[in-house]
Design a protein around this ligand. Structure first.
Ligand code: ZN
Length: 316
Protein backbone atom coordinates (compact mmCIF):
# COMPACT_ATOMS: atom_id res chain seq x y z
CA UNK A 1 0.00 0.00 0.00
CA UNK A 2 1.27 3.43 -0.96
CA UNK A 3 0.54 5.99 1.71
CA UNK A 4 -0.38 9.57 0.87
CA UNK A 5 0.64 12.39 3.22
CA UNK A 6 -2.68 14.13 2.61
CA UNK A 7 -4.48 16.37 0.16
CA UNK A 8 -2.64 18.05 -2.70
CA UNK A 9 -5.46 20.35 -3.84
CA UNK A 10 -9.22 20.78 -3.78
CA UNK A 11 -11.00 21.82 -6.99
CA UNK A 12 -14.48 23.32 -6.98
CA UNK A 13 -16.88 24.96 -9.42
CA UNK A 14 -17.72 28.62 -9.01
CA UNK A 15 -19.94 31.06 -10.87
CA UNK A 16 -18.39 34.47 -11.45
CA UNK A 17 -14.58 34.18 -11.58
CA UNK A 18 -13.77 37.67 -10.26
CA UNK A 19 -16.19 37.39 -7.34
CA UNK A 20 -14.52 34.09 -6.44
CA UNK A 21 -10.99 35.59 -6.60
CA UNK A 22 -12.09 38.56 -4.51
CA UNK A 23 -13.39 36.19 -1.84
CA UNK A 24 -10.54 33.67 -1.65
CA UNK A 25 -7.65 36.07 -2.32
CA UNK A 26 -9.05 39.44 -1.23
CA UNK A 27 -10.91 38.28 1.89
CA UNK A 28 -9.29 34.93 2.88
CA UNK A 29 -5.88 36.27 1.87
CA UNK A 30 -4.74 33.37 -0.30
CA UNK A 31 -2.21 34.11 -3.01
CA UNK A 32 -3.54 34.19 -6.57
CA UNK A 33 -0.91 31.82 -7.92
CA UNK A 34 -1.92 30.75 -11.42
CA UNK A 35 -4.23 31.95 -14.15
CA UNK A 36 -4.69 29.27 -16.78
CA UNK A 37 -7.52 27.36 -18.46
CA UNK A 38 -9.14 24.03 -17.81
CA UNK A 39 -6.95 21.83 -20.02
CA UNK A 40 -9.95 19.59 -20.83
CA UNK A 41 -12.27 22.55 -21.51
CA UNK A 42 -10.01 25.44 -22.58
CA UNK A 43 -12.83 27.94 -23.11
CA UNK A 44 -13.00 28.26 -19.30
CA UNK A 45 -10.48 29.43 -16.72
CA UNK A 46 -8.75 27.33 -14.12
CA UNK A 47 -7.62 29.51 -11.21
CA UNK A 48 -5.27 28.42 -8.40
CA UNK A 49 -4.91 30.01 -4.96
CA UNK A 50 -2.75 29.00 -2.02
CA UNK A 51 0.29 30.00 -0.01
CA UNK A 52 3.23 31.81 -1.59
CA UNK A 53 3.84 28.87 -3.92
CA UNK A 54 0.33 27.37 -3.91
CA UNK A 55 2.28 24.44 -2.51
CA UNK A 56 0.72 20.97 -2.22
CA UNK A 57 -1.65 20.96 0.74
CA UNK A 58 -2.53 24.65 0.28
CA UNK A 59 -3.87 24.79 -3.29
CA UNK A 60 -7.55 25.68 -3.70
CA UNK A 61 -8.52 25.69 -7.37
CA UNK A 62 -11.65 26.64 -9.28
CA UNK A 63 -13.35 26.09 -12.59
CA UNK A 64 -15.51 29.19 -13.11
CA UNK A 65 -18.53 27.83 -14.98
CA UNK A 66 -21.14 30.62 -14.64
CA UNK A 67 -23.54 28.92 -17.07
CA UNK A 68 -23.47 25.58 -15.21
CA UNK A 69 -26.47 24.59 -13.07
CA UNK A 70 -26.24 25.07 -9.32
CA UNK A 71 -24.68 22.27 -7.31
CA UNK A 72 -26.06 20.83 -4.13
CA UNK A 73 -23.96 19.63 -1.22
CA UNK A 74 -25.20 16.26 -0.06
CA UNK A 75 -24.58 12.52 0.03
CA UNK A 76 -21.97 11.35 -2.43
CA UNK A 77 -19.97 14.58 -2.44
CA UNK A 78 -17.50 16.68 -0.50
CA UNK A 79 -19.68 18.85 1.75
CA UNK A 80 -17.03 20.95 3.47
CA UNK A 81 -13.55 22.31 2.75
CA UNK A 82 -11.56 23.24 5.85
CA UNK A 83 -8.56 25.52 6.05
CA UNK A 84 -6.23 25.39 9.05
CA UNK A 85 -5.30 28.45 11.11
CA UNK A 86 -3.55 28.92 14.44
CA UNK A 87 -6.18 28.48 17.16
CA UNK A 88 -5.49 32.05 18.39
CA UNK A 89 -6.44 33.47 14.98
CA UNK A 90 -10.12 32.44 15.01
CA UNK A 91 -11.24 35.70 16.64
CA UNK A 92 -9.49 37.63 13.90
CA UNK A 93 -11.17 35.49 11.23
CA UNK A 94 -14.64 35.84 12.76
CA UNK A 95 -14.26 39.65 12.79
CA UNK A 96 -12.77 39.81 9.31
CA UNK A 97 -15.53 37.68 7.76
CA UNK A 98 -18.35 39.43 9.60
CA UNK A 99 -17.03 42.87 8.66
CA UNK A 100 -17.17 41.73 5.03
CA UNK A 101 -20.84 40.73 5.47
CA UNK A 102 -20.20 36.96 5.60
CA UNK A 103 -22.43 35.15 8.06
CA UNK A 104 -20.31 33.05 10.39
CA UNK A 105 -21.17 30.12 12.64
CA UNK A 106 -18.76 29.17 15.43
CA UNK A 107 -18.73 25.61 16.66
CA UNK A 108 -16.50 23.14 18.47
CA UNK A 109 -15.65 19.82 16.86
CA UNK A 110 -13.32 17.20 18.32
CA UNK A 111 -12.35 19.85 20.89
CA UNK A 112 -11.25 22.41 18.27
CA UNK A 113 -12.90 25.72 17.44
CA UNK A 114 -14.28 26.00 13.93
CA UNK A 115 -15.50 29.06 12.04
CA UNK A 116 -17.99 27.89 9.40
CA UNK A 117 -19.32 30.03 6.55
CA UNK A 118 -20.35 29.96 2.89
CA UNK A 119 -18.45 31.34 -0.06
CA UNK A 120 -20.26 33.60 -2.59
CA UNK A 121 -21.56 30.51 -4.46
CA UNK A 122 -22.92 29.03 -1.24
CA UNK A 123 -20.17 26.44 -0.88
CA UNK A 124 -19.37 25.35 2.69
CA UNK A 125 -15.97 26.51 3.91
CA UNK A 126 -14.45 26.34 7.38
CA UNK A 127 -11.44 27.64 9.23
CA UNK A 128 -10.31 25.21 11.92
CA UNK A 129 -8.20 26.43 14.82
CA UNK A 130 -5.45 23.85 15.16
CA UNK A 131 -2.90 23.49 17.94
CA UNK A 132 -0.10 22.82 15.48
CA UNK A 133 -0.12 24.34 12.01
CA UNK A 134 2.15 24.00 9.01
CA UNK A 135 4.73 26.54 7.95
CA UNK A 136 3.55 28.08 4.71
CA UNK A 137 5.54 29.94 2.07
CA UNK A 138 5.10 33.66 2.77
CA UNK A 139 4.58 36.26 0.06
CA UNK A 140 4.31 40.02 -0.15
CA UNK A 141 0.93 41.74 -0.66
CA UNK A 142 -1.21 39.44 1.46
CA UNK A 143 -4.00 41.50 3.06
CA UNK A 144 -3.86 39.20 6.13
CA UNK A 145 -1.15 39.62 8.81
CA UNK A 146 1.34 36.74 8.82
CA UNK A 147 0.38 35.36 12.23
CA UNK A 148 -3.28 34.99 11.18
CA UNK A 149 -2.58 33.49 7.77
CA UNK A 150 -4.42 30.38 6.68
CA UNK A 151 -1.94 27.49 6.86
CA UNK A 152 -3.15 25.33 4.04
CA UNK A 153 -6.00 22.88 4.29
CA UNK A 154 -7.01 21.11 7.44
CA UNK A 155 -9.01 18.65 5.34
CA UNK A 156 -12.36 17.96 3.74
CA UNK A 157 -15.64 16.39 4.83
CA UNK A 158 -17.25 13.77 2.59
CA UNK A 159 -20.91 12.80 3.10
CA UNK A 160 -22.23 9.33 2.34
CA UNK A 161 -25.35 7.44 3.34
CA UNK A 162 -23.11 4.43 3.93
CA UNK A 163 -19.53 5.35 4.79
CA UNK A 164 -18.13 1.83 5.23
CA UNK A 165 -16.62 1.30 1.79
CA UNK A 166 -15.01 4.74 1.69
CA UNK A 167 -13.64 4.29 5.22
CA UNK A 168 -12.06 0.97 4.23
CA UNK A 169 -10.65 2.51 1.08
CA UNK A 170 -9.03 5.45 2.92
CA UNK A 171 -7.32 3.07 5.33
CA UNK A 172 -6.41 0.21 3.03
CA UNK A 173 -5.56 2.04 -0.20
CA UNK A 174 -4.28 5.44 0.97
CA UNK A 175 -2.89 4.81 4.45
CA UNK A 176 -5.28 6.96 6.50
CA UNK A 177 -5.83 6.09 10.18
CA UNK A 178 -9.23 6.24 11.83
CA UNK A 179 -8.67 8.64 14.76
CA UNK A 180 -12.08 9.41 16.23
CA UNK A 181 -15.82 9.60 16.00
CA UNK A 182 -18.20 12.38 17.04
CA UNK A 183 -21.90 11.96 16.27
CA UNK A 184 -22.27 11.04 12.60
CA UNK A 185 -18.70 12.14 11.82
CA UNK A 186 -15.69 9.80 11.69
CA UNK A 187 -12.24 11.34 11.37
CA UNK A 188 -9.30 9.93 9.43
CA UNK A 189 -5.78 11.34 9.41
CA UNK A 190 -2.52 10.73 7.64
CA UNK A 191 0.80 12.51 7.18
CA UNK A 192 2.50 14.86 9.60
CA UNK A 193 -0.46 15.90 11.72
CA UNK A 194 -0.89 19.48 10.54
CA UNK A 195 -1.14 20.02 6.77
CA UNK A 196 -4.15 18.83 4.74
CA UNK A 197 -4.02 15.61 6.73
CA UNK A 198 -7.70 14.98 7.50
CA UNK A 199 -10.74 13.45 5.89
CA UNK A 200 -13.99 13.44 7.84
CA UNK A 201 -16.69 11.01 6.75
CA UNK A 202 -20.17 12.21 7.58
CA UNK A 203 -22.97 9.66 7.67
CA UNK A 204 -26.13 11.24 6.31
CA UNK A 205 -29.56 9.99 7.12
CA UNK A 206 -31.64 8.62 4.26
CA UNK A 207 -34.67 10.49 5.54
CA UNK A 208 -32.86 13.85 5.68
CA UNK A 209 -32.29 14.29 2.00
CA UNK A 210 -32.92 11.51 -0.44
CA UNK A 211 -31.91 13.70 -3.37
CA UNK A 212 -28.22 13.47 -2.50
CA UNK A 213 -25.50 15.82 -3.67
CA UNK A 214 -25.14 17.21 -7.16
CA UNK A 215 -22.00 18.61 -8.74
CA UNK A 216 -22.44 22.14 -10.07
CA UNK A 217 -21.74 25.76 -9.15
CA UNK A 218 -20.88 25.93 -5.46
CA UNK A 219 -19.78 22.31 -5.10
CA UNK A 220 -16.42 20.60 -4.92
CA UNK A 221 -15.60 18.94 -8.24
CA UNK A 222 -12.79 16.68 -7.00
CA UNK A 223 -10.08 16.29 -4.39
CA UNK A 224 -6.48 15.37 -5.08
CA UNK A 225 -4.17 13.36 -2.85
CA UNK A 226 -0.42 13.98 -2.75
CA UNK A 227 2.29 11.85 -4.29
CA UNK A 228 5.89 13.06 -4.21
CA UNK A 229 6.74 12.03 -7.78
CA UNK A 230 5.74 10.05 -10.86
CA UNK A 231 7.11 6.75 -9.55
CA UNK A 232 4.75 7.03 -6.60
CA UNK A 233 1.86 7.69 -9.01
CA UNK A 234 2.58 4.35 -10.70
CA UNK A 235 2.56 2.69 -7.28
CA UNK A 236 -0.84 4.28 -6.55
CA UNK A 237 -2.11 3.08 -9.94
CA UNK A 238 -1.14 -0.49 -9.01
CA UNK A 239 -2.80 -0.15 -5.59
CA UNK A 240 -6.01 1.10 -7.18
CA UNK A 241 -6.05 -1.88 -9.56
CA UNK A 242 -5.68 -4.21 -6.56
CA UNK A 243 -8.71 -2.51 -4.99
CA UNK A 244 -10.58 -2.95 -8.31
CA UNK A 245 -10.84 0.79 -8.83
CA UNK A 246 -10.48 2.00 -12.38
CA UNK A 247 -8.06 4.89 -12.78
CA UNK A 248 -7.16 6.98 -15.82
CA UNK A 249 -3.71 6.83 -17.36
CA UNK A 250 -1.23 9.33 -15.91
CA UNK A 251 -1.71 12.76 -17.48
CA UNK A 252 0.57 15.79 -17.61
CA UNK A 253 -1.15 18.75 -15.93
CA UNK A 254 1.86 21.05 -16.50
CA UNK A 255 2.27 21.82 -12.79
CA UNK A 256 1.91 18.18 -11.67
CA UNK A 257 1.26 14.73 -13.09
CA UNK A 258 -2.04 13.14 -12.18
CA UNK A 259 -4.30 10.16 -12.36
CA UNK A 260 -8.03 10.24 -11.67
CA UNK A 261 -10.50 7.78 -10.19
CA UNK A 262 -13.72 7.63 -8.18
CA UNK A 263 -13.54 6.34 -4.63
CA UNK A 264 -16.02 3.56 -3.70
CA UNK A 265 -18.65 6.12 -2.60
CA UNK A 266 -18.38 7.99 -5.91
CA UNK A 267 -16.41 11.13 -4.97
CA UNK A 268 -14.11 12.10 -7.82
CA UNK A 269 -10.50 11.85 -6.76
CA UNK A 270 -7.06 12.46 -8.18
CA UNK A 271 -3.52 11.68 -7.12
CA UNK A 272 -1.16 14.53 -8.08
CA UNK A 273 2.60 14.87 -7.81
CA UNK A 274 4.34 17.55 -5.74
CA UNK A 275 6.57 18.35 -8.72
CA UNK A 276 7.18 20.42 -10.76
CA UNK A 277 4.84 22.95 -9.09
CA UNK A 278 3.68 26.41 -10.10
CA UNK A 279 7.11 28.01 -10.53
CA UNK A 280 7.57 25.82 -13.58
CA UNK A 281 6.58 28.63 -15.96
CA UNK A 282 6.64 31.80 -13.79
CA UNK A 283 9.17 32.95 -11.17
CA UNK A 284 7.87 32.88 -7.60
CA UNK A 285 7.60 36.67 -7.31
CA UNK A 286 5.37 36.90 -10.42
CA UNK A 287 3.10 33.90 -9.81
CA UNK A 288 -0.42 34.47 -11.10
CA UNK A 289 0.42 37.65 -13.01
CA UNK A 290 0.33 36.32 -16.58
CA UNK A 291 -2.09 34.13 -18.45
CA UNK A 292 -0.40 30.75 -18.74
CA UNK A 293 -1.20 28.02 -21.25
CA UNK A 294 0.32 24.60 -21.81
CA UNK A 295 2.25 24.28 -25.09
CA UNK A 296 -0.57 22.39 -26.82
CA UNK A 297 -2.99 25.27 -26.19
CA UNK A 298 -0.65 28.13 -27.18
CA UNK A 299 -2.10 28.24 -30.73
CA UNK A 300 -5.44 29.29 -29.16
CA UNK A 301 -3.99 32.03 -26.93
CA UNK A 302 -5.29 34.94 -29.04
CA UNK A 303 -8.80 33.55 -29.20
CA UNK A 304 -8.88 32.68 -25.47
CA UNK A 305 -7.59 36.12 -24.48
CA UNK A 306 -10.39 37.69 -26.52
CA UNK A 307 -13.22 35.48 -25.27
CA UNK A 308 -12.44 34.86 -21.58
CA UNK A 309 -13.65 37.65 -19.25
CA UNK A 310 -10.82 39.79 -17.81
CA UNK A 311 -9.96 38.91 -14.21
CA UNK A 312 -7.48 40.52 -11.82
CA UNK A 313 -5.72 39.77 -8.56
CA UNK A 314 -7.08 42.12 -5.86
CA UNK A 315 -3.76 41.90 -3.97
CA UNK A 316 -1.49 42.71 -6.92
ZN1 ZN B 1 -7.23 18.37 -9.79
Amino acid sequence: MTETVGLHHVTAICGDAQRNIDFYCGLLGLRFAKKTVNFDDPETYHTYYGDGLAAPGTAMTFFPWPEERRGREGAGLVVGTSFAAPAAALGYWTDRLERAGTKVERLVRFGEEVVAFKDPDDMSVEIVGRASVAQVHPWANSPVPAQEHLRGFSGVTIAHRDTAATARFLVEALGYRRVGEEGDRTRFETGDGCLADRIDLLRTDDDDDDRGGRIGVGAVHHIAFRAPDRDTLYAHAADLRRHRIEATPIVDRAYFHSLYFSEPGGVRCEVATDVPGFTRDEPEEFLGQSFKLPVFLEPWRGRLERTLPPIHDPNA
